[in-house]
Design a protein around this ligand. Structure first.
Ligand SMILES: [Zn+2]
Length: 645
């Protein structure tokens, strides 16, 4: 019962040859994470974030909204029109967590929520608690009738998250109960939307991803075709009810904000709301995988070139503008008021993983990894119960993590992301196995050459040692093991030309098989080893982790005359908590940087120390900590980009 979603690519390759050799993503059940860095974060998500965010949903009426809509209790709808989606996302995360760690209490809690959701569904499948509770007094923006104000209402957005949650629930439990609710809703959406029906694109993309997950699970092409319709209709629909000027919904009049300014296949630039955009670019790649039509993938790749060429932060964050939570112009990458929503980082990982899966090209993993280790996990505090919605790269002391938000999309996105992140570590190719990320884990994979068990142990992100034990089920199995050589071992932290290291790396990656050094042959960013594998074979990779200063292209005015520091996949920052006031610091990029590990702070982190100059010309020993760990020790100044002479 667990084979569904993550093995779906295999089925599609058999059914329909596609131009790209799509890589296969292992099922969640076939990978176990055992890693000194990631295991505690995943465990914190399970024991703190998931129960905490469910608790917040209860406290804020998000759960009661379902009970009231279902007639199980009396009351009014509370909160925003899109609040249903938060509950769906946390259920999705809880279900992935249940796959990893059975927990009868959590299972029964999730099932009790599913009962409420099922009760809240109207007879014809419609599910949107605010309208069902009281169609005359709805949450602002819901629209006076179903779907007439979809740009604003989030009716399709909400249920897209429900489809994803229902698929996860089926995977975790084998129960059809939630899936049936989702499918009944999808049937209704399919009756209402389509060519010749309501030719309306979703106001907030998400249902496209959800529908393709339903298709992957059920193999019912109706869901794939509906997803394709929602992508194809975007930028083609006719006039729209405009909202009165100066209302809080004014932004929805902007077609660019909604990526509706032109048909999707004609889009080449990342514009508008970053989360909407990245969910759509993700769905476009999904659509190419499932349909075999590469045009969606090609458009998605064009937009990726635009992002990596000028619209991504060194942390992997995207969407620099607060106004509209949007992509800025090329090189518009302010630090203090960088928006870089946590959800946009989650979406950026989804998107890069899809593009990687389509192409086998490691440059997408370089962006995925950078986002994962920096701009994504920066969104959650060390307690697992405090969050950042925005992830600025500089603070003058004004920022503080919050326990919740009125629009609380980000905590739920983190909750569902963490227990499923292990799917990104390994991939199966038509030639063998790819090692995508350096995260301690065990994988049982089915390759064309036969079954193989792999075990990875590593000291990343603090130490560059990686060991991979290869155990084929049958001795002398011939296949290719490809191990990613990360961009951070070369001249630039990622492709696109936006950032580069000030100095070349002193050392090169070193690869050994059974203790014997071998020459690295690189293909698409991977060191490839073609070999007849025996049980007990051991591959070791040594990655240089020296800290190096980074500069941005001249066009990025915000980083002009400044340097950042990176070591491995991590970006570091200087914080007031360690250094006192830091805004007047000046660093010479020729200065030596010493790295060490500090068990006493921030649950144990690598730290970098170096000498900087203060405004009065005096020297000061400065300490930098990983960017992801910032803002866990009270308010204070922070800088990623430090002034240089
Ligand atoms: Zn968010």
């Amino acid at each position: 019962m667990f084979t569904v979603l993550f093995s779906a690519c295999a089925r599609n390759i058999e059914e329909k040859p596609v131009k790209n050799a799509w890589l296969l993503t292992p099922e969640l059940t076939s990978v176990k994470v055992n890693d000194p860095f990631w295991t505690p974060l995943i465990e914190r998500n399970r024991t703190a974030t998931i129960p905490y965010t469910f608790g917040k949903c209860e406290e804020t009426g998000r759960i009661d909204n379902f009970a009231i809509a279902g007639g199980l209790m009396k009351g009014k709808h509370t909160g925003e029109r899109y609040n249903d989606s938060d509950v769906f996302k946390i259920i999705e995360g809880a279900c992935y967590s249940l796959i990893e760690t059975p927990d009868p209490k959590l299972r029964s809690y999730v099932d009790s929520l599913v009962t409420l959701i099922a009760a809240a569904q109207e007879d014809d499948g419609y599910l949107y608690t605010t309208r069902t509770i009281d169609s005359l007094n709805m949450a602002p923006g819901a629209g006076r009738e179903r779907w007439i104000d979809e740009r604003v209402s989030h009716e399709l957005y909400n249920v897209g998250h429900m489809y994803e949650a229902a698929v996860a629930h089926y995977q975790a439990t084998g129960s059809n109960v939630f899936l049936d609710v989702a499918l009944k809703n999808a049937e209704l959406v399919a009756k209402e939307f389509g060519w010749g029906l309501r030719e309306i694109a979703p106001g907030h993309q998400e249902i496209e991803i959800g529908l393709i997950k339903l298709y992957d699970l059920t193999a019912n092409r109706q869901w794939l075709e509906l997803a394709q319709f929602f992508i194809d209709v975007r930028g083609r629909q006719g006039d729209y009810v405009r909202h009165p000027e100066k209302s809080r919904f004014d932004v929805y009049n902007d077609s660019v904000y909604l990526q509706m300014h032109k048909p999707v296949l004609e889009q080449s630039e990342a514009v508008g709301h970053a989360v909407r955009g990245a969910y759509m670019y993700t769905a476009m790649a999904d659509l190419s995988r499932a349909t075999g039509e590469n045009k969606y993938l090609e458009a998605s790749q064009r937009i990726w070139d635009d992002v990596t060429g000028g619209k991504i932060y060194i942390t992997g964050g995207i969407g620099s503008k607060e106004l509209g939570e949007a992509f800025g112009e090329a090189y518009e990458l302010n630090n203090l008021n960088a928006y870089t929503e946590t959800c946009a980082s989650v979406a950026n990982v989804f998107w890069n993983h899809r593009l990687y899966t389509a192409t086998g090209d490691a440059r997408y993993l370089d962006v995925l990894e950078r986002t994962l280790y920096n701009g994504l996990i920066s969104g959650i505090g060390t307690d697992g119960c405090s969050f950042y919605y925005t992830n600025p790269l500089e603070s003058d002391g004004r920022f503080e993590r919050a326990g919740w938000f009125d629009c609380s999309c980000c905590p739920g996105n983190v909750a569902r992301f963490m227990p499923a992140m292990k799917q990104y570590i390994w991939s199966v190719t038509d030639q063998g196995v790819n090692v995508n990320l350096f995260i301690g884990s065990e994988a049982k994979l089915k390759t064309g050459a036969g079954d193989v068990e792999l075990k990875q142990t590593t000291g990343l992100p603090w130490k560059g040692d990686v060991t991979i034990n290869v155990d084929p089920a049958v001795n002398n199995t011939v296949f290719r093991l490809s191990i990613r050589i990360p961009s951070w071992t070369g001249d630039a932290p990622m492709a696109g030309g936006l950032y580069r290291y000030v100095t070349p790396a002193k050392e090169k990656p070193e690869l050994k098989v059974n203790g014997k050094k071998i020459t690295i042959t690189e293909e698409k960013g991977f060191a490839v080893i073609d070999r007849s594998w025996k049980r007990g074979d051991v591959v070791t990779l040594s990655l240089p982790m020296e800290p190096r200063f980074i500069i941005a292209r001249d066009e990025v005015k915000a980083d002009s005359g400044r340097v950042a520091i990176g070591a491995g996949p991590l970006v570091y920052c200087v914080e007031e908590a360690d250094n006192g006031k830091i805004s007047d610091l000046n660093v010479n990029p020729a200065t030596g940087v010493v790295s060490s590990f500090d068990t006493a702070i921030l649950d144990g982190v690598g730290k970098l120390t170096f000498t900087a100059e203060k405004a009065d010309g005096s020297q000061k020993e400065v300490m930098a900590v990983p960017y992801y760990s910032w803002a866990n020790r009270g308010k204070g100044e922070m800088q990623v980009w430090i002034k240089t002479k």
